[in-house]
Design a protein around this ligand. Sequence first.
Ligand code: H2P
Length: 832
Amino acid sequence: MDARYKSRDIERRSLDVDGLKRSFLEWLVYSVGKDARAATRRDWFHTVALAVRDRVVDRWMDTTRSYYHEDAKRVYYLSLEFLIGRLLTNSLSNLGIMDECRQALDRLGLSMEDVVDAEPDAALGNGGLGRLAACFLDSMASQGLPGYGYGIRYEFGLFEQRFENGWQVEYPEQWLQFGNPWEFARPEVLYPVQFYGRVEEFRDSVGERAYRWVDADRVLAMAYDTPVVGYGGDTINTLRLWSARATRDFNFGHFNDGAYMKAVEQKILSENLSRVLYPNDATETGKELRLKQEYFFTSASLQDILRRYLQHHTSFDNLPNKAAIQLNDTHPAIGIAELMRLLVDQHALRWDNAWEITRATFAYTNHTLLPEALEAWPVRMIERVLPRHMQIIYEINAKFLNRTKAKAAGDNARLSRLSLIDERGERRVRMGNLAFLGSHKVNGVSALHTDLMKQTVFNDFHEEFPDRINNKTNGITPRRWLKQANPALSELITTRIGQGWISDLSQISALREKADDVVFREEFRRAKRKNKKRLAAYIARQTGEEVLVDSIFDVQVKRMHEYKRQLLNVLHTIALYNEMRDNPTVSWVPVTKIFAGKAAPSYHMAKLIIKLINDVAKVVNHDPSVHDNLKVVLLPNYNVTAAEIIIPAADLSEQISTAGMEASGTGNMKLALNGALTIGTLDGANVEIREHVGPDNIFIFGMTADEVNDLRATGGFNPREVIASNPSLKRALDMISTGAFSPDDRNRYHPIVQALTDGGDHFLVTADFADYCQAQDAAMQLYRDQEEWTRKAILNTANMGWFSSDRTVNEYAEEVWDVHPVHPNHEGEGYR
Ligand code: H2P
């Protein structure tokens, strides 16, 4: 533990075992209000969290004070998702008091695991995008960068997934049900956010035309702050999440009239804004709610950012030197119009001046090229919900197109592609174009993805602004994803190369030479085996299925989506099953296929794929003819906590998306860092992983992005021909289509078979099948040679240093944000 940490030896902050123990007892009694004999696990979790929080608060205030004192440039990460998961282990580990806490609990007769397990998983996100935001928070704090996260405090996180009869069923995720010990409510940090109404034109004091937004509905955004503990505990940053509050809770008049529902209606409607992540967008009201959520948190965040800035400044000219605002995808892109509105309408800046400031302040990260995921809000919806913003968007567009027109020389097609408004069909605002135009930098999340951005969706913009697009390959925090999730491996690493890797992951390359050390290999395998046992126990608890610890743990964990091609993996599973049944005397390498992931509630195909996996599992797992050689499990309710158990135990990492469709991937990085070998396509960051780990230490298969593009450009292919020429594929598909896995409903999988055949197989599952199976065979063969497998696994771990989110965040800091580390002063008198 850091000696500086002891500089203030007040009881509340003492970090030794006795001090922690005394604190726990005090908190239990005086804040949780329980006697040790009556305390539940949850009580203990709250107790420990509150005591740990005590040890953070002073340093948090020091950090914030230092930022003010130095008038440091801050970076504001605006994200509709922060998939932070549990915070207890994270805080203890980053503070360096994990062992002390364990011992203190031990003295109280408690197990650390039980306490940790009582914490709900904060699932304020959906997949990689939200988890990336959480990794960036950790990295910013760990590097001493003045970074704030801004988002929504959803009352319900991403739904809890259960399987009922093999089908996904969604239940509300009530993470706040018993309170959240990490957050500080800030009822005084309250901003009004408006919706609807109309715009009034008037003449300002110098006779210029000006606008005000009137007759609007108002909602209040109230702040909740969560401290973000950097590694070493030096810097504690802030995650500020907004919760919606009605301006008036209760209509007394209605209540007195006996209209009880009506009395609270307004409150409920207003507060729906922060109720759920992803309101079902199958309905018009759901879509509108989502737009309102985007504006709600963006507007509150911008008001807060300006308030902070104005404490030190009187003119806005310096805003870009003091604030960098990063748009995590287009979800907060309405912020560009909002900052223009705040500057022009509320602070009376001239348009051109405001635009320059806005552009210099914002930067935008794109996370997907999938056309259906690129936000485009109907003009009529924005006009109604945010009338002033629609005007501003029109104005930005008109100015931009006028300037471009001069150069475009009548190329109307190009102009209409550059326009912020999509005029084809119902008129829509292209949020990607708005984000691009209103930002000084725009980045993709892997080298391939950034190239494709330049060639495809943002091709015209790239020609217009050739310096704007830049690449920032994603990364993952080694604190959560190696140190905490995989104590067995991280302790082994530390005994060999010291602990420098935790804050500088590039140092992990020192393990390379250990790959040839037979003793180290043995120990590396032992660590993996320990993790596999832990996962096997988890699988048994979750699914009732017993799996062989010595089988290949072949893992595909991610959102369920057709482009991620869980289906390709299922088809291989069926083919393998058939081979094993046909050749019972062969000594097979046992395989456990492990899947986990949620499907969007209205994504029927993805849900059908879930059912198929469960159906295949049912047949395979109960077929004695394959003995224990093949098991299939689909773990329910994939979240950060589950990932922390699954990832360290994986042998093989499935990263098999259709090339050109996965922007980056970050699960691929977590798995490789934890010593899994990747089987994958040359997609997203897999391309860079291959460069780093070496082509001999990864199983690459399938078409490249260029080949996919050419194939599609030349009219696709005929999946039926491919199927006909591949007996094992044909047999697997025939089994699915004739009901071998769904005897109760033989036609159940018709839509899947249809998509793969007459539907044209858009995701090229059949096209990549043969190559994928070959790569799988190669993996199985290699697994027989445990020494060689381990050597490659070690080389994966050793070569993943570059994929630390510390590296990513530093690149943003230098090339996009221009922010620099601040070293908080912890020696001052502070507030006392
Ligand atoms: C998305 C992309 C990933 C990317 C991640 C973070 C949207 O995450 O698809 O390729 O790594 O953002 O940039 P996901 O599919 O996991 O929800």
